[in-house]
Design a protein around this ligand. Structure first.
Ligand SMILES: [Zn+2]
Length: 247
């Protein structure tokens, strides 16, 4: 799926989960639902750091490009270490794109790393700022068919980051939304023709990196009407979740 669709499904899922928790009596306020939803939107772009030209890879210039190379190298190492003779390694046959970063254990590990970053506020602020810069890029791309300038996305992300600390959104909400956003990305890609290694590290019919997906899958991209419906459907539900968070 496109980055904009991942961001749209991320913000809807994050806001829905937090609104549900708030409604069930958890100590979650409107600011948690609003900012948490935005964290989820940005985190829903993170798995595509394993692609050389994704929004996440291009977002911070040479820094995110280096992060992408690191993610691809790590993914390839883990793929080689755990593959079976049935695993092909994806498009480049080296276990990079749609491999390690597109797994549920990777989402859980990133969530745990963010929770650890929460012990030192400057580290948490950096993580939140990076994730918000992705959220802003992804959500703006739902309307405008152009890449945002670095200063625009970074400035908006900075204001949102100040909001997180100003309204006291807790590190566990941020960590949970990072993990959820990555899982939402994986589930979104599971709706596409290529599929994702959803069961890793478990074997499915002899393969540990078997690309699985929903029974009904669709082609991705700008011309895909199904992706358009998913994107606008997700965005359309988000105000309702914010409203629940407000009550
Ligand atoms: Zn992906």
């Amino acid at each position: 799926m496109m980055g904009s669709s991942h961001a749209a499904t991320g913000v809807a899922a994050g806001a829905a989960v937090l609104a549900g928790l708030s409604w069930a009596g958890a100590p979650i306020g409107f600011a948690d639902v609003a900012f948490g939803g935005m964290v989820c939107a940005g985190a829903a772009l993170l798995p595509d750091l394993d692609h050389p030209t994704s929004t996440a890879t291009l977002s911070q210039g040479p820094v995110s490009a280096a992060a992408s190379r690191g993610v691809r190298a790590l993914s390839s190492v883990v793929w080689r270490a755990t593959r079976t003779p049935q695993d092909r390694g994806g498009r480049d046959a080296d276990g990079t794109h749609r491999h390690l970063s597109h797994t549920v254990p990777a989402a859980v590990a990133c969530g745990a790393a963010v929770a650890a970053a929460g012990l030192w506020w400057p580290a948490l602020a950096l993580v939140v700022w990076v994730v918000f810069s992705l959220a802003v890029r992804g959500l703006v791309a739902c309307w405008k068919d152009r890449r945002m300038r670095w200063a625009e996305a970074s400035g908006a992300a900075l204001l949102l980051t100040i909001g997180v600390f100003g309204f006291g959104v807790g590190p566990l909400v941020v960590a949970g939304m990072v993990a959820l956003g990555m899982v939402v990305h994986v589930l979104g890609d599971a709706l596409t023709v290529a599929g994702v290694p959803l069961a890793w590290p478990l074997r499915v019919r002899g393969a540990r990196w078997r690309m699985v997906g929903a029974p009904l899958r669709f082609r991705t991209g700008r011309e895909s009407p199904v992706e358009e419906v998913i994107r606008w459907g997700a965005l359309g539900t988000t105000p309702a979740w914010l409203l629940v968070g407000l009550l």
